[in-house]
Design a protein around this ligand. Sequence first.
Ligand SMILES: Cc1cc2nc3c(=O)[nH]c(=O)nc-3n(C[C@H](O)[C@H](O)[C@H](O)COP(=O)(O)OP(=O)(O)OC[C@H]3O[C@@H](n4cnc5c(N)ncnc54)[C@H](O)[C@@H]3O)c2cc1C
Length: 616
Amino acid sequence: MTSRTSRSTTLSSVNRTMTPSSVFELTVTLGGGTAGLTIAARLTEDSATTVCVLEAGDANLNDPAILTPATYMQHFGDKLYDWNHFTTKQKFSGDREMHWARGRGLGGSSAINFMVWTKPPAEEIDDIERLGNPGWNWQNYQKYAQKVERLIEPTPQQKEKFNLPEYENDVSRDGAVAIGFPKTISEADVLAQKALENAGIPKAPRPYGGNPNGTFWTMNTHDPRTPSRSYATTAYYLPNKDRPNMVVFVRALVSRVLTEVGADGNLSAVGAEFIHDEKIYSVNAIKEVILAAGAIKSPQVLELSGIGQRAVLENAGIPVKLDLPTVGENLQEHCIGGFSFELKDGVDLETADPLRQPSKLAEAQELYKRGEGPFTIGMPTFTFVPVEQIAPQPQAIYEKAKAQVERVVKEGAAPGLLEQWKIQLERLEPGKNQAGPGCEIIFFSGMFGPIPPEEGKKYVCWSPGTNHNFSRGSIHVTSSDPRKEPDIDAHYFEHQVDLDIFIETSKFARKMAQMPPLKDLIAKEVVPGPEVKTDEQLADFMTKVYSTTWHTCGTCSMLPQDKGGVVDPSLKVYGTNNLRIVDLSILPLHFAGHTQATVYTFAEQAADIIKGVFKP
Ligand SMILES: Cc1cc2nc3c(=O)[nH]c(=O)nc-3n(C[C@H](O)[C@H](O)[C@H](O)COP(=O)(O)OP(=O)(O)OC[C@H]3O[C@@H](n4cnc5c(N)ncnc54)[C@H](O)[C@@H]3O)c2cc1C
């Protein structure tokens, strides 16, 4: 390790103190987040492999702001926890610049996420293999999920009261991340699930076994007995922190991967450069470098390293080492909105509203010390349905999507996009068995949205979400300065059909408030309110208030190179010998589901690939 500005500096890692003369024989993992810590923990199981993790944020160990469940959105804008990204002006959403939170610090986004545990439909993971990635299929997904999931059994009282299902064969008890049903499931969620049933939504047959189509009691990433968050730091770092072959540096902002041209003409990664306390350091990698900075920052670090689209690099004043035009492209998003309803006075349902009312917060904190109260209410009611289940004219939506794809392809779509869109059209086509459950309805017992709840009132919220959007965005650097944010352009609703599907999902979510038995407890809709009536008004409302679901993927897609790929199925960046990417950026086509389970699972599979023990 060398410090360019001060050779006498001693740099303390979280678990070791290293001097500038320390020598590593190692693999370097750039980013100590969800995937980064998973990889580091698995690779260092072999004592002959030394791994150095470089994380830009702080360690934030034993931090109640992270460990306490139900701290939804409280980290947003705080640089200790959140990168606080903003998109560029979104042309099809009234030029909104949208806030994109991302975990900064050990554990990455798993430290600040909403702890929802869902797994995608089996066919949608198999689609990744269909796109040209042997071994990336549902069978392996479930195999590696076994190493991730550690189910904490619900209590017999919980099972009886809520008729909680058994997931005997689909969820493991032996993995690293504690998952379980929330300690407190509000009676509001019980009523919401009945309302969904009354609206004709089936129970999902195997929500954790490849068929989440329908509604189901959803687990969260926490130990409900304590109750406290389980995330990459507690699951993968802390149990292994004393391994002499794992070194973790925090406040280490990676500025670039160091490369040399190998004898075969490919680039070889030989280390990484990072900034710590305003000083520039570099660390050598003898085996390989693994980029795990997440879907926003991994393409940025690649471009800062001279790997990316020539024009982008030249505009930013970065010398081109490898012209790889697809870096930062194929960005895909999930969108979410929210309808909030005030409950009638005197309705005695537990909601999370006190957490947003300053006068009630101290009381909630006291209750939490006893393992009770609103901090222990989780998010257990999720529903995934295909468009045809909720839209009155699904065929018209399908035809419109098809026509749109044909038009864009004729005009010249990026290589490989047609293959992705064909799969998306299959998922959308009505009457087909494989109809993908791309529309999501989330129930939340509490006000969930921009306006604070009124003191003393209680609320529930129905949120629509879309998971199979056709629009594609990009992330690119505009400067060679690693401290400058890249341009994030999601191209939200560039494909009109994305908005059409969102509107239909919204109408369905809103209608849920009229379903018994929950309906009888609702006083009125407060967001957006009854004045928003027509489709046009609804579209106007949704484009003003919708949010990212923080599931951005695809910016370093795993695909054949001529189909838009940045990494191959062994996760190596094309044109390099030993630079891999392991994080959500590699997911080439989005699915119906939240993403953390997939990031952990993919990282487990990646670890076996890197160890050389993976069998497709
Ligand atoms: C607010 C929020 C709520 C969410 N809710 C849920 C949910 O309820 N359920 C669910 O399944 N998913 C949820 N997600 C998504 C899920 O958490 C992420 O998809 C997943 O954690 C991403 O893992 P990753 O390894 O790709 O990136 P991350 O976990 O974000 O890790 C990237 C790491 O790299 C570090 N880094 C970045 N740049 C650099 C650099 N230049 N140098 C050094 N380090 C760097 C970051 O600080 C971070 O620690 C949520 C995400 C957010 C942000």
